[in-house]
Design a protein around this ligand. Structure first.
Ligand SMILES: *[C@@H]1O[C@H](CO)[C@@H](O)[C@H](O)[C@H]1NC(C)=O
Ligand SMILES: *[C@@H]1O[C@H](CO)[C@@H](O)[C@H](O)[C@H]1NC(C)=O
Length: 811
């Protein structure tokens, strides 16, 4: 009902076709009814009725058509991103391809891309070629040691017996984005002489169609090219150390950016070499000739002898400054590194706080990987609403964003980005405001932002089919809004009148409100001031149906999804969102009272307790149709040769109640998001249960689910291992630390306890992340609640990389 009423009012505002159709039929109804009132014969009643039915059908069809297009209609207001591409020359070039071990591109929708592959002599399959960051490559470590997000970066890759250091430095200036130099420095163990194959390539992105004005070719031992934005450019190789024993190139056609390695492999032919005998060397792309395709991929293959140092020098025509190379490059890189370390110390003060240099180096690497993991994506996502028969394309859009994991999640995730922003915003508010601006431009007319952003051919190639389509009923925690408000509080001077970021924030404001409003209308619960994540589905297979939109995937909720469900975490997120909008409104001299009122209502402890507090267990919890009597059992197959499936069996019927058996992160949310007043009695009870080793407390951080919970470390289906069912996650530990520090400084009865817990939890989290990094070479997606070992995917330089903020106690 509500939905229809709303539709009709908006209809007259936006829906052009709909409007005319509706108008036509309504005018005919009007004339019919006037005839009817005069004569009132059966016939005209009939006519009226037919007319009215036609009118209803027209409204229905029109409404459907209108509703169908809502999901991929952009929010109707000026875009937040006002400058892009060459308008921001400093951030034009960068390592914006986090999915590859090393690559460069511009922040341009159809930027050419450059990158590197390598492999050992005598490989037998294309799987042995290193190109995309891949856990299957089993590298002992790789990642940025230093990266400032703008001008330079230095990365260490270990691939025994080789150590490869890749770095780049940009030379800013001119109108075309300036020059850059990349250095590839390969050494073998004990500085031995070894041979291996190094490939450097250039490729044109033709996912939006080939451009007649873009060309790429090999010349003078290097690459040459032209695009409308870059004009003419050159890429030269200058050897600094070692030998190039053999080199070959090919001017080829790749079917897409996602198939560069495969195309390269198809170009290898056996060649008789005077020193090496038969070697695979790349040759001409015969298929390209046959199919009459243009050149879009130019790989240059080098068999090199280590120790080996190569400078890859990109120059643009319009900048007279000579490019960096050789000793000059070494000198400038050293200066950049020094300046970076000084800046890092100035921002996080870890040396001053007494951390030893070896710990600081890890913190620097974490920060560098977060910033060095920023990518630039362009393309169309796929979305679906209840009104679209099948998935439809979102509009073409750009996204400048950090990624949670270069190997496993090399794309944008909405709530992750809010956490990333906490760190990136400290390092460079300019970068973070630009990232947030890109995200806010992805909001549709409904106020919805798709949770996962899969833009471009390379990003799409990494995502299993079933996860590509984004549904417009699905939310994701509004962490980005909270992060923006935090930045406004931390650095008010950036948002003073006439400061550029104030204008950006202003443009964001209507969108942030629309986003907030979307939550308020679509994620409402059945009780006043209650909320419910949409999108939980009971398929009879899952031990506890997932709530992916909450971000906490398989964290146990009410066993039987229903409309009476109330989600505690979402209610707390809404408090924090209202609080944050009030902060932003005040900074912009707008009226915050509406948001303050909602925040006050959601902070009302009596109301919160009524909906979510259990006096029996003394804990906060979700509410819904729940039973603990569930388990996975093998079903009897219908056919003798069918594989028996695991299904869920329910041994006790569900009842409407609080889900108190799932004590864990959700139960902490009133503390995590600072909903509770410092003097709250229930805050004391949360702090008390926080400290129990039998529940969430471990020497490595807070577990996601209590050891005493029936679903602790239980699989959700036969194919789904536990994910948020005990493992330690750093984003929530970060929120816990942030709130403990807040309560430690807020006068009240729990100050001392909060301070003490903060200090112990911080030490545990920091000690474990650092020692796991030393032991494994990586930051991890999560850590075991049993022995602290890294688990899930690696490297995970998303929110686990918040470690410098935790070390600095700057939340
Ligand atoms: C190459 O790397 C090695 C080992 O890290 C280092 O000693 C050497 O100075 C580097 N050379 C250049 C030219 O950067
Ligand atoms: C690149 O190489 C070409 C051919 O060897 C040479 O003419 C040109 O000067 C070089 N450019 C730069 C910037 O080194």
């Amino acid at each position: 009902m509500v939905r229809h009423r709303k539709v009709v009012t908006i209809q007259t505002k936006h829906g052009n076709n709909v409007e005319t159709r509706t108008r036509d039929s309504s005018s005919s109804v009007n004339s019919e009814s006037s005839v009817a009132s005069k004569t009132f014969k059966v016939l005209s009643v009939w006519k009226t009725l037919v007319g009215f039915i036609c009118f209803l059908i027209a409204v229905y069809v029109g409404t459907l058509g209108y509703l169908e297009t809502r999901v991929n209609t952009p929010f109707d207001d000026v875009k937040v991103v006002q400058e892009s591409g060459l308008q921001l020359p400093d951030r034009y070039w960068g390592s914006y391809r986090p999915n590859v071990y090393f690559g460069m591109k511009t922040r341009e929708p159809q930027s050419p891309v450059f990158g590197m592959m390598w492999y050992k002599m005598g490989i037998t399959s294309q799987r042995d070629i290193r190109h995309w960051c891949d856990q299957g490559d089993n590298l002992p470590t790789y990642g940025w040691l230093r990266h400032d997000g703008v001008t330079f970066g230095e990365q260490l890759i270990s691939d025994p017996p080789h150590t490869i250091v890749t770095s780049f430095v940009k030379t800013l200036g001119g109108e075309q984005g300036g020059h850059w130099t990349a250095r590839v420095n390969i050494t073998a163990r004990n500085n031995r002489k070894t041979t291996m194959v190094l490939v450097w390539y250039g490729a044109l992105d033709e996912s939006l169609g080939a451009s007649l004005d873009s060309r790429l070719w090999a010349e003078g031992g290097g690459l040459r090219g032209h695009t409308p934005q870059l004009r003419d450019f050159k890429l030269n190789f200058t050897l600094q150390q070692g030998k190039i024993l053999h080199s070959a190139h090919s001017e080829a056609h790749a079917p897409g950016l996602q198939l560069l390695k495969e195309t390269y492999y198809s170009l290898l032919r056996e060649l008789k070499h005077k020193t090496f005998g038969r070697i695979p060397s790349i040759g001409p792309d015969e298929q390209r000739w046959e199919k009459d395709k243009g050149i879009n991929f130019v790989p240059i293959q080098m068999i090199v002898e280590t120790p080996f140092v190569l400078d890859v020098v990109y120059t643009t025509e319009d900048l007279p400054t000579p490019p960096l190379e050789g000793e000059e490059y070494t000198k400038v890189l050293e200066e950049k590194k020094k300046a970076f370390d000084a800046e890092f110390e100035k921002k996080f003060g870890l040396s001053e706080k007494g951390y030893p240099e070896e710990d600081i180096a890890i913190a620097r690497a974490a920060m560098s990987n977060m910033v060095g993991g920023i990518g630039y994506f362009y393309g169309t996502g796929r979305v679906q609403s209840p009104y679209t028969r099948e998935p439809v394309p979102y509009w073409r859009a750009a996204l400048y964003t950090a990624v949670p994991s270069r190997s496993f999640f090399p794309r944008g995730f909405l709530w992750d980005e809010g956490f990333h922003g906490m760190l990136i915003g400290r390092w460079s508010p300019d970068i973070q405001m630009d990232i947030a601006a890109h995200w806010m431009d992805l909001i549709n007319v409904e106020g919805w932002i798709p949770r996962e952003q899969i833009l471009g051919a390379e990003a799409l190639a990494r995502v299993p089919k079933e996860f590509v389509v984004q549904n417009n009923a699905a939310a994701n925690p509004p962490m980005l809004l909270i992060q923006l408000a935090r930045l406004v509080k931390l650095k008010p001077q950036l948002f003073h009148p006439d400061m550029p970021h104030r204008h950006t924030l202003k443009r964001m404001f209507t969108r942030l409100q629309a986003w907030y409003q979307w939550f308020q209308t679509t994620q409402k619960g059945s009780e006043p001031t209650s909320y419910r994540w949409r999108g939980r589905e009971d398929d009879g297979l899952q031990l506890n149906p997932k709530s992916l939109s909450s971000g906490l995937d398989d964290y146990p909720r009410a066993s039987h999804p229903s409309e009476i469900e109330r989600h505690l975490d979402l209610r707390c997120w809404m408090y924090a969102a209202a609080e944050s909008l009030a902060t932003i409104a005040r900074a912009l001299n707008k009226d915050p009272s509406k948001f303050e009122a909602t925040a006050n209502q959601l902070a009302d402890e009596d109301l919160l307790n009524e909906l979510h507090w259990s006096p029996t267990t003394n804990t906060y919890a979700d509410y819904g149709l729940h039973t603990d009597g569930v388990r996975l059992v093998r079903s009897k197959p219908k056919h003798p040769n069918e594989h028996p499936k695991m299904v869920r069996s329910v041994t006790a019927p569900p009842q409407p109640k609080l889900v108190t058996s799932a004590f864990g992160y959700i139960s902490l949310f009133p503390m995590l998001l600072k909903v509770l007043r410092p003097e709250s009695e229930n805050l004391g009870k949360i702090l008390e249960s926080l400290d129990k080793p039998g529940l969430l407390w471990s020497p490595y951080g807070l577990r996601s689910l209590s050891k005493s919970s029936p679903l602790y470390m239980k699989r959700n289906t036969e194919h789904d291992p536990p994910y948020w069912r005990g493992q330690i996650w750093i984003n929530i530990n970060y929120l816990a630390l942030s709130s403990l520090k807040y309560y430690a400084n807020a006068p009240g009865p729990h100050m001392d306890r909060a301070r003490e817990l903060h200090s112990r939890l911080k030490n545990n989290v920091v000690r474990n992340i650092l020692s796991e990094y030393r032991r494994t070479g990586y930051l991890w997606e999560q850590y075991s609640g049993e022995d602290g070992r890294g688990s899930g995917c690696r490297p995970f330089n998303g929110w686990t990389a918040l470690i410098p903020l935790i070390m600095a106690e700057e939340y």
